[in-house]
Design a protein around this ligand. Structure first.
Ligand code: NAD
Length: 490
């Protein structure tokens, strides 16, 4: 039976002013799990006004950084306490295996909240020494109201990634989770209230991207947009930001090359090739959906990879042995199928994985491999966002590098080799914001990431995220009372 979940505006849980609702569909069962409000212009105005008031005049402004840190530490404790229910919400809303959301996503969020909690009282401005008659210092101040637009692939993690650095720096936030997966963000906001965040500091609006999302990013009273999602929508967000010259951070799509040289540790490389192409059913921005294999190890590697891929269970995300749950929605399933169909016209697919029971409902896709793919073709160039792997052969380092860099994206690259010099040569030449050597999809809050080219603008995570949630103010103090030389003709 579905239930209604309310949005958080100011200090209360509310429906939309219009009374409109949106269904949240469980992609494993195709059942409606819940309804959330569809926020319209009135709701967006109220949420932004509340965040504005809290940023400009509320008690939030008067809290010391250490007090802000204590609130984030308390929030981390509450998330830890409610790990199971938060993990379940993400599984029910977007289909990721419960074991993964419980064991990886939620603990990762707890660590992230603690990382930025610890940062709160460690922020610094700077002084510029310019001689005895001037005192010049640079303040690093909060930007104000941050609009955070979230994707559906890691719902709780994405919400925490926007919220934590923003509030650590003293900002207030209005979050808009993806329409497919809003409930863990709403629950996180409730936990913020329980932790004691003042009214208006954290607001969550639920709704569609083209309505609620576009109203929020076009709102004149926000100061910054932090967007994670597709490159196509990122472009629209940037246009909206241009109207009022809002600051903008964009974390967008990718087409990661996972490059394996003949001297790579093969067993390890095979296991990571499996991880990077199939984890979260391939719905990861840094998914290594292009596997670049040196010709000399191609056959051995592919045999091992396909064998391992066949051991992945596709099915009910609540079962502990399930490795691939469904894709997030029927729309995403159709999109991935259209790429698979396109690939089938040109290459012979290997359909991997197994299903232990018939899946007559749900948006499931088995891992699918296309081998000897042309590096310039559609499935090797476009972000599919499903467990579909294109395998591309190469002969030498130069060719591997050229293929790796010849997409419009620049999010991540993964390099497998025992040759230290080659590893660092490749790392320097790869045109992406992340380079993994002999691993991939390793994340830690301390590591910043920034997409190159069509993968984004500005850094998320790490202490570097702090720069994008603050703005500079230079203060120049004259310590000398001498009249100005130009004005007095001296
Ligand atoms: P999406 O772009 O469709 O939607 C992202 C968010 O934008 C959603 O909340 C949506 O409602 C909202 N939105 C849609 N239209 C909007 C508009 N006109 N104005 C304002 N907001 C709007 O992306 P998605 O399908 O939710 O997520 C998948 C994409 O996200 C993939 O491309 C993936 O690579 C990318 N992603 C990138 C990163 C990263 O860090 N680089 C991380 C996760 C996901």
């Amino acid at each position: 039976m579905s239930s209604d979940v309310l949005m958080l505006i100011h200090d209360g849980l509310v429906p939309s002013v219009s009374g409109e609702w949106l269904d949240v569909v469980n992609p494993a069962t195709e059942q409606v799990e819940a309804r959330v409000p569809h926020a319209g212009a009135d709701d967006v105005n109220r949420a932004v006004a509340s965040a504005r008031e809290a940023a400009d005049r509320g008690p939030w402004r008067r809290l010391t950084p250490a007090e802000r840190g204590r609130l984030l530490f308390r929030l981390a404790e509450l998330v830890e306490k409610h790990s199971e229910s938060l993990a379940l919400l993400d599984t029910q809303d977007m289909g990721k295996p419960y074991a993964h959301s419980r064991q990886h996503d939620v603990p990762g969020v707890v660590d992230l909240l603690r990382f930025y909690a610890g940062f709160c009282d460690k922020g610094r401005g700077s002084e510029i020494p310019l001689g005895p008659d001037k005192h010049v210092y640079v303040r690093r101040e909060p930007v104000g109201v941050v609009a955070g637009i979230l994707p559906w692939n890691f719902p709780l993690s994405a919400a925490a990634q926007k919220l934590a650095p923003a509030v650590a720096c003293g900002n207030t936030v209005v979050l808009k989770p993806a329409e497919q997966s809003p409930r863990s963000t709403l629950r996180l906001a409730e936990l913020c209230m329980e932790a004691g965040f003042p009214a208006g500091v954290v607001n969550v609006l639920t709704g569609l991207g083209e309505t609620t999302g576009s109203l929020l990013v076009a709102h004149p009273a926000i100061d910054k947009i932090s967007f994670t999602g597709s490159t196509a929508v990122g472009r629209l967000v940037m246009k909206a930001a241009a109207e009022h010259i809002h600051k903008v951070t964009l974390e967008l799509g990718g087409k990661t090359a996972n490059i394996v040289f003949p001297d790579a540790p093969v067993e390890s490389a095979v296991s990571y090739a499996l991880l990077t192409s199939c984890y979260n059913s391939g719905q990861v921005c840094t998914s290594g959906s292009r596997l670049l294999l040196h010709r000399s190890l191609h056959d051995e590697f592919m045999e091992k990879l396909v064998r391992s891929m066949n051991e992945l269970k596709v099915g009910d995300p609540m079962q502990p042995d399930t490795r691939l749950g469904p894709l997030v929605s029927h729309e995403q399933w159709q999109r991935v199928q259209s790429y698979v169909e396109w690939g089938k016209q040109r290459y012979t697919p290997t359909i991997c994985g197994y299903r232990s029971e018939p899946l007559d409902r749900g948006f499931f896709v088995n891992p699918t491999v296309f081998d000897h793919v042309d590096a310039g073709c559609r499935i090797a160039q476009e972000e599919i966002f499903g467990p579909v792997l294109s395998v591309i052969d190469f002969t030498d380092e130069q060719e591997a590098l050229r293929i790796a860099n010849e997409t419009r994206y620049g999010l991540a690259t993964s390099i497998w080799t025992a040759d230290l010099r080659r590893a660092h040569r490749m790392a320097a030449a790869a045109d992406s914001g992340i380079v993994w050597i002999n691993c991939n999809n390793y994340w830690n809050t301390a590591i910043p990431y920034e997409g190159h080219r069509a993968s984004g603008i500005g850094a998320d995570m790490g202490l570097e995220a702090v720069e994008s949630y603050t703005r500079l103010k230079s203060v120049i103090v004259n310590l000398d009372d001498t009249p100005n030389a130009w004005a007095t003709n001296n």
